[in-house]
Design a protein around this ligand. Structure first.
Ligand SMILES: [Ca+2]
Length: 112
């Protein structure tokens, strides 16, 4: 029985670390999820606005660079300015931690 709990604890830790690892690659404005913010992200946001491309919930949060809970032409313009080297008052290009990755999991106490 102890062995089963130990295996469950290891799996829980691995699952939690996988969630954290996936958050590390989340960059605000990286709408094409390539790991960098460039003109392709502007194009992806424009395609989403035109309803040519659907975003996942996580990608919607990365594309919403001004944080108004909408992905629209304003976000595309902000990312375009960032790519052009124009200063923007948002954290475009910086890693963000998605709220869903902030979960904590209580592990069962396993006496070894
Ligand atoms: Ca927005």
């Amino acid at each position: 029985m102890k062995r089963v709990f130990a295996i469950m604890a290891v799996l829980a830790v691995l699952f939690a670390s996988t969630l954290c690892a996936s958050a590390a690659g989340s960059i605000l404005g990286d709408a094409d999820r390539s790991g960098k913010v460039d003109i392709s992200d502007v194009t992806m946001i424009q395609k989403n606005v035109a309803k040519l491309v659907a975003f996942s919930t996580q990608t919607l949060k990365l594309a919403d660079v001004n944080g108004d809970n909408l992905v629209n032409i304003k976000d595309a313009t902000i990312v375009q300015k960032y790519v052009a080297g124009i200063s923007v008052p948002y954290k475009v290009g910086q890693e963000v931690v998605q709220p869903t990755t902030k979960r904590t999991y209580d592990l069962p106490f396993v006496p070894f």
